[in-house]
Ligand binder design. Structure first.
Ligand code: NAD
Length: 308
């Protein structure tokens, strides 16, 4: 009988923890690490082994997944502060699957560095939010050699629907940034449109119902407004700082390749303002508060007394 191979997982945050949980639930063996003890404890309770560092994960597992917040953190974990700490040079690692959103430039550089020491690099950002990570309905945007994609496809399908978007690492990131620019635009533009309607006297929940079957339909109005903004929960599980990172990365990379983004720049300014005023840790649905304050409205269900 062949032994079940040990997989590695580094970064057990809003996305990483539910994704790693799904790996365990699918019967895979996992060794994991996060700087936060509580996240490690939560995964250990589901059967994962917890390592003492990213390097220790890559000393045990041949395939290692990363779900880390920023390009800087991904680079630091791969390279290590000292030679003895990074994933490069670890005893077992042969395939590195980066599920984080980092942008194409750094991904291309890291892929070269990692491939130079014989580790295969799979650029594989995801979309679909915490709910998608929990349910296994993420879009997984893989850019790597087709043969690597084929050998990983079954594993990636634990997270959701996998797509092979290209042969070169970086293309997954470009795919993801294009998506998140649209998602960020939908959030900001929908907040403006709903604030306008509320100021005119409309109920935002009624507006969402109508827009959802009209030509303005989008994921912000479908999910974020009814579930997190109108009920004033602001708990969608994606930090404003991370959304802003994605928007600014997209703007930088679009500028570098000569694609104008006038709408994107306006959206970027709104996300910068959100992070400045509400903090990088605020939930990204709180962008609506920035628009509300300027409009002098609150996007909430109308109480009977406030209805005409
Ligand atoms: P998060 O901030 O919730 O989680 C990141 C985790 O990484 C944290 O648990 C943190 O402790 C850990 N971490 C940070 N530095 C570390 C280090 N040096 N070693 C080990 N662990 C470390 O972020 P998230 O929302 O889970 O997002 C993860 C990635 O996925 C980001 O790149 C994000 O842009 C992307 N993403 C997020 C969502 C979402 O809806 N939250 C959706 C799609 C993609």
């Amino acid at each position: 009988m062949t032994e079940t191979p040990m997989l590695g997982f580094i970064g057990l945050g809003n996305m990483g923890l539910p994704m790693a949980s799904r790996m365990l639930a699918a019967g895979h063996k996992l060794v994991a690490f996060d700087l936060r003890r509580e996240a490690c404890d939560a995964l250990a309770a589901q059967g994962a082994e917890i390592a003492t560092s990213p390097r220790a994960v890559a000393d045990r597992a041949k395939t290692v997944f990363l779900s880390l917040p920023t390009p800087q953190v991904v680079r630091a974990v791969i390279e290590g502060q000292h030679q003895a700490e990074g994933l490069i040079g670890a005893a077992s690692i042969k395939v590195l699957v980066d599920l984080s959103t980092t942008g194409a430039s750094i991904t291309k550089a890291l892929a070269q560095q990692v491939q130079a020491v014989g580790i295969r690099y799979v650029d594989s950002p995801v979309s679909g939010g915490v709910n998608g990570a929990v349910k296994g309905t993420l879009a997984v945007m893989c850019a790597c050699a087709r043969t690597d994609y084929e050998s990983l496809e079954a594993l990636l399908s634990v997270f959701g629907k996998a797509f092979h978007v290209g042969e070169t690492p970086g293309l997954g990131q470009s795919m993801k940034l294009a998506n998140n620019m649209l998602s960020a635009t939908a959030m900001a533009a929908s907040a403006e449109a709903i604030a306008f309607g509320v100021k005119q006297g409309l109920d935002p929940m009624v507006m969402a119902e109508v827009i959802n079957v009209s030509t303005g339909a989008n994921t912000a109005i479908r999910d974020k407004f009814p579930k997190a903004i109108i009920p004033r929960l602001f708990n969608f599980g994606f930090a404003s700082g991370l959304m802003n990172k994605d928007v600014q990365l997209c703007l930088q990379e679009a500028q570098a390749c000569g694609v104008p983004m006038a709408v994107g720049s306006a959206v970027g300014a709104i996300w910068n303002e959100t992070v400045e005023q509400l903090g990088a840790e605020s939930d990204f649905t709180e962008v609506a508060k920035i628009i509300e304050t300027k409009a002098g409205v609150v996007i909430e269900v109308k109480t009977p007394s406030s209805k005409e």
